[in-house]
Design a protein around this ligand. Structure first.
Ligand SMILES: Cc1cc2nc3c(=O)[nH]c(=O)nc-3n(C[C@H](O)[C@H](O)[C@H](O)COP(=O)(O)OP(=O)(O)OC[C@H]3O[C@@H](n4cnc5c(N)ncnc54)[C@H](O)[C@@H]3O)c2cc1C
Length: 399
């Protein structure tokens, strides 16, 4: 327990998960919240990259078939009114961290050791040789974070996030050139397009304030990917091979042309996911956000689940006025958050298979895709959050 008799919470990682938790815990006077970020600024390097990429708000999203008997048909449109609000990540992070006292925001602090004595404080060690004593630690340190090793034990097979089995490749093309290669009609409105192909998904949207088109080709890894291989150069033959089984359409030809606009086209296996972690907590240490449940991006749920983690942790930590029962709080958190987030990890993977035309029993059948896809988001968006908080408190009572 910290000297002023408040509970001293150390949050490791200043990304969306850590920043949201810090912000939400601030209103509870009995919690002394400190946040530690390895980067020079809270928010981490990823934020800068995404911000520099320059976002354009899409007015809608259209999913089409690129291969099979219904090639070139529209599967469905997601209209703008269904997309909710769009915020810039860096702005959101800055707003979340603004209310936190500057002395509680520790940047350039990379955690490298946790000494968790049974009695007394948990001692955190950082790369710069400094230490910090905490009553509880929340690892919000992302997909390659350190705290996950501590919670699961470094030998647990669930520790390293695994490549999910997809590769993706990006090509950035000036808008005018993209119009020439793909056709003017795809740029009449700011619309994101997704194309379900045979073993490969193709998407495009406009970046850089409208000047550049991002093309993404995403496929299933096959036996040509060696163990541990995480990137490959893609030449014309490789792109042609990726789409060789597709139905011949103008889009198939355009894909090859637009992807090869990139001088050094590469495919990466950066889509990782953490499946089946046996726990999200160990004593007074827990993990949240991507550190607990990194997932493929197919259902756009990673950030949303980090925010739900923060909501449940706040609900539970609010209950305690002393540090003695923190273990119970984190156990209850694990009990309610793990099943839900792991279900989404699996669902997101399955959605990726469908988007790549490889859904089991679905393939490239347009009617089956129309039936299978929309419902996959219902359990994510349909959750009653007030009930979820009650569930967490009920779990706590049962311990
Ligand atoms: C291109 C892309 C698109 C996405 N689109 C969506 C979407 O549409 N919807 C959605 O919900 N989600 C989306 N996601 C997922 C979402 O961005 C992540 O799930 C979310 O940002 C995870 O936040 P986090 O705070 O858990 O992890 P991170 O953002 O990775 O933050 C972890 C932080 O911990 C720090 N750190 C790491 N190790 C240490 C250490 N040892 N000591 C101290 N600090 C450390 C890092 O520097 C970093 O700042 C997308 C992700 C990407 C990459």
């Amino acid at each position: 327990m910290s000297s002023d008799h408040s509970i001293r919470i150390a949050i490791i990682g200043g990304g969306l998960a850590g920043a949201t938790l810090a912000n939400t815990l601030l209103k509870h006077g009995h919690l002394d919240v400190n946040i530690f970020e390895s980067a020079l600024e809270n928010g981490g390097p990823l934020t800068d990259v995404i911000e520099r990429a320059g976002g354009v708000t899409m007015t809608s999203s259209r999913l089409c078939m690129a291969s099979g008997p219904s090639a070139m048909s529209v599967l469905f449109d997601l209209a703008a009114e269904q997309r909710g609000k769009v915020v810039h990540r860096a702005t959101l992070l800055a707003e979340l961290l603004k209310p936190l006292d500057a002395a509680k925001k520790h940047t350039n602090k990379k955690l490298n050791r946790i000494d968790d004595a049974e009695n007394g404080p948990i001692k955190l060690h950082f790369d710069d040789g400094t230490t910090f004593d905490a009553d509880a630690v929340v690892g919000a340190d992302g997909v390659r974070g350190f705290v996950r090793n501590h919670v699961l034990g470094k030998d647990d097979p669930a520790v390293p996030a695994k490549p999910a089995g997809f590769w993706d490749s990006r090509s950035l093309v000036p808008l005018q050139k993209a119009k020439e290669l793909l056709g003017e009609e795809y740029f009449e409105v700011n619309r994101q397009y997704g194309w379900v192909g045979d073993g490969v998904f193709f998407m495009h949207d406009v970046l850089d304030g409208g000047e550049t088109v991002q093309f993404v080709l995403c496929g299933m890894m096959d036996e040509e990917w060696g163990e541990g291989e995480w990137s490959k150069d893609l030449d014309r033959a490789a792109v042609e091979k990726a789409v060789e089984t597709w139905t011949e359409t103008p889009v198939k030809k355009s894909i090859i042309d637009v992807m090869l606009q990139s001088a050094d086209l590469k495919a990466f296996t950066e889509q990782h996911h953490d499946r089946d972690a046996p726990t999200y907590s160990k004593g007074r240490v827990c993990i949240m956000g991507d550190a607990a449940h990194s997932m493929t991006p197919w259902q756009g749920s990673g950030a949303g689940q980090a925010i739900e983690d923060a909501m449940v942790l706040e609900t539970l930590l609010e209950e305690f006025k002393t540090s003695g029962e923190l273990t119970a709080a984190f156990k209850a958190y694990d009990q309610v958050r793990r099943p839900r987030t792991q279900k989404i990890v699996h669902s997101s993977y399955g959605t990726g298979l469908i988007m790549c035309g490889r859904g089991e029993g679905i393939g490239l059948d347009i009617d089956k895709i129309r039936e299978a896809l929309p419902g996959r988001w219902a359990f994510i968006y349909g959750q009653d959050q007030a009930e979820h908080k009650k569930e967490a408190l009920a779990a706590l009572k049962m311990l």
